[in-house]
Each structure stands twice: as structure tokens, then as C-alpha cells.
Design a protein around this ligand. Structure first.
Ligand code: GH3
Ligand code: MG
Length: 329
């Protein structure tokens, strides 16, 4: 293999980082092609000028302080781009931007011994813009994934997985802060018959409309509505007593009836309706809360048995008695 003569100035011109050397008076000794391209200042113009005077906009005070530290004490300095976005007025050449865009920079400053006890400082500037853009893209991508993991794709409501997590947190808070919490299990009446008669795609549209009617009834950020599965929804409302819960359930039923969606095969009404099972945690009455969902579920079963298109309340402490009455085995 033949030896290649290395031309150092060619390396300096092709390197993809900015290189600047300054002497002990901060006068510029080296200004490579990368610096020319990104500052718009030619090397002949920059050489022998002080670095704080060469740019139209002066470098940041953090940069000048770091440089002075290195010049005076020989201490190396790093300006990380997390703290100092653009210490020097350098701009990207990307033509897809209509205006010049400041380069996000990572800068290291090192003191290098020269001849006769003299030293110079080497400033190396790398463009962090690409890695920052990539990081931002990854972050937004992971936010989309997180949303997908917690959202039901048909209705846009939270999914069962999110509900399971959120319910535990809400119930824990209600117990610690001693406030009531109501849970509502909501189920569309005779939905199988709807699908059989109108078709599955039409059934999907009903699910979307019922979901949005239910959603329109909640307002507080702590309220949660999720698709529990199939044609069943669940609402968890902190700070809602039994009495208010019963009124609220009536509002949910009215909101769905108000949609006036025809359902000729429904034996309840000839339009889409819902049944609701409701139970409430009352901090003054209940110590054991693990059966709260079960209580709401049993109340829903009761609402179905009593004719549908209605809400039923079941107190947590009467769950067992009622279960024995309505589900004899
Ligand atoms: P009830 O009044 O007792 O609740 O009767 P129902 O017919 O609503 O209850 P059942 O559990 O027998 O039927 C539920 C139906 O919901 C069956 C299933 O095809 C339908 N379903 C579940 N998930 C979806 C879905 O994502 N889209 C559509 N279109 N239908 C669904
Ligand atoms: Mg149903």
C-alpha cells in the first residue's frame, strides 16, 4: 500500500466540527472551514480578531467566562448543550428552513501548550441539532405509543388497561382523603340484536355515539370514563355521594335516550338505551372496598332484570345479600 501524504489543512477543512484556536489574549489563530460556513465569516476576516469581537452578536457570557477560565488557569471546560443551547451565533445551512436556524452546540475548550511556555486554547464545537431533533422525535413517538396503550381505538375513550390502573389510584386516594367515590357500570341494551339486525359496522357507530354521549356528561379532570369491554363502559367519579350518583346515572340514561337512535329489535324501547349499575364508597360507612366493582356489576345485573333502560344502586355492604337473592345457584 502506498503512503499517502496527509495534508493537515485539508483535514481541518473537511472535519465536521468547528475548530477555533485563540491565544492568551483571546485572539483567533485558527478558524476552520466549518466555522466559515456556519458563521458566515471568512478565516481572513476572523484571524487576529478577539473572539468576543468577531461576531455581530457576541458569544454568550457563559462561553466567555468558560474561555477566560481556560485561558487564565488552563482548566478544560465543557458547555453542554442541555444548559447552553447556542453559545455562539452559528447557523444551520439546511435549505429546507426559510430563515437561518441557530445551531444547538456542544463546546469543549482545552488549553494546549505551545512553544516558549506559551499556551493556546482550542475550542471544538459540535452541532447537536440533529441529535436533539432525533431525541424530540423519539419522545413524541413514545408519547404516541403511550397514548395507544391506554386508549380504545374505536371510541377514543380510555381502555380497560388504563381503567385498571387508574381505578386503584382513585380508590386509594378516596380512602386516604376520606371522600366518597362512585362507580358506574354501563351496558347497552339488546346490543347483540342490534348487531344481528343492523350489522356490525352500524353497531360500531352506535358504540362511538354512546361513548361520546357519556363523555359529554363528565367535566372534572378527576372523572374517568373508559370502555370496559365490548359494549360495556365504566365511569369512576371521585367525590360523588350515593345521592348524587343516583341523579347522575339518570342524566347518563337521558343523554343516551336523547340520541334517539332507532333499535327496532330492542325489547326495552325501540331505540338504543343503556342500563347502569351503581355503587358508592362512603368513607363513613365502609372499611372494606375490594368488592366495589362487584357491587356495581351486580347492580347492573339487577337493572337488566328489572327491564333495562334504567339504573340500579347497590350498597357495598348489602352486596352479598342481594347476590344471593338475584343469582340463586
Ligand atoms: P343486554 O341487554 O342483556 O346487555 O343484551 P346484549 O345483547 O347487549 O348483551 P350480550 O352480552 O348478549 O351481547 C353483547 C353484544 O355486543 C355482542 C357483541 O357482538 C357486541 N359487541 C361487543 N363488542 C362490540 C364491538 O366492538 N362492535 C360491535 N359492533 N359489537 C360489539
Ligand atoms: Mg348489552
Amino acid at each position: 500500500m502506498s503512503a499517502i501524504e496527509i495534508n493537515q489543512s485539508r483535514i481541518l477543512d473537511n472535519i465536521t466540527i468547528g475548530l477555533v484556536a485563540v491565544d492568551s489574549e483571546e485572539k483567533i489563530l485558527l478558524w476552520n472551514a466549518w466555522m466559515e460556513r456556519h458563521s458566515g465569516i471568512a478565516a481572513q476576516e476572523a484571524l487576529n480578531k478577539r473572539i468576543d469581537e468577531v461576531f455581530a452578536t457576541p458569544p454568550s457570557s457563559a462561553f466567555l467566562a468558560a474561555l477566560r477560565n481556560t485561558v487564565s488557569y488552563g482548566l478544560p471546560a465543557v458547555l453542554s448543550n442541555a444548559l447552553h443551547r447556542s453559545p455562539l451565533p452559528l447557523f444551520t445551512l439546511d435549505e429546507s428552513f426559510t430563515e437561518p436556524v441557530a445551531i444547538h452546540q456542544s463546546i469543549t475548550i482545552t488549553s494546549i501548550p505551545a512553544n516558549e511556555d506559551k499556551r493556546f486554547c482550542l475550542i471544538q464545537i459540535t452541532d447537536s441539532s440533529t441529535s436533539i431533533r432525533r431525541e424530540k422525535m423519539l419522545r413524541s413517538h413514545s408519547e404516541v405509543l403511550k397514548k395507544d396503550a391506554t386508549t380504545d381505538s374505536l371510541t377514543g375513550l380510555y381502555n380497560r388497561r388504563f381503567f385498571d390502573e387508574h381505578y386503584k389510584i382513585s380508590l386509594g386516594q378516596a380512602i386516604r382523603q376520606k371522600h366518597p367515590l362512585s362507580i358506574f357500570m354501563v351496558d347497552i341494551d339488546f346490543f347483540k340484536q342490534y348487531n344481528d339486525y343492523y350489522g356490525h359496522p352500524a353497531g360500531d357507530k352506535i358504540l362511538i355515539q354512546v361513548a361520546s354521549a357519556l363523555k359529554s356528561q363528565i367535566s372534572r379532570s378527576s372523572d374517568m370514563l373508559a370502555r370496559y369491554g365490548g359494549e360495556e363502559f365504566v365511569l369512576v367519579l371521585p367525590n360523588m355521594t350515593e345521592e348524587h350518583g343516583k341523579q347522575f346515572a339518570e342524566k347518563l340514561i337521558a343523554a343516551v335516550n336523547h340520541l334517539q337512535l332507532p333499535h327496532l329489535k330492542s325489547k326495552a324501547e325501540q331505540r338504543i338505551s343503556i342500563s347502569i349499575g351503581l355503587s358508592t364508597y362512603d368513607p363513613n360507612k365502609h372499611r372494606e372496598v375490594s368488592a366495589l366493582i362487584d357491587a356495581a356489576d351486580t347492580a347492573l345485573y339487577k337493572a337488566k332484570q328489572q327491564g333495562r333502560n334504567q339504573a340500579c344502586f347497590l350498597a357495598l355492604d348489602t352486596l352479598l345479600t342481594h347476590r344471593l337473592q338475584i343469582r340463586p345457584s
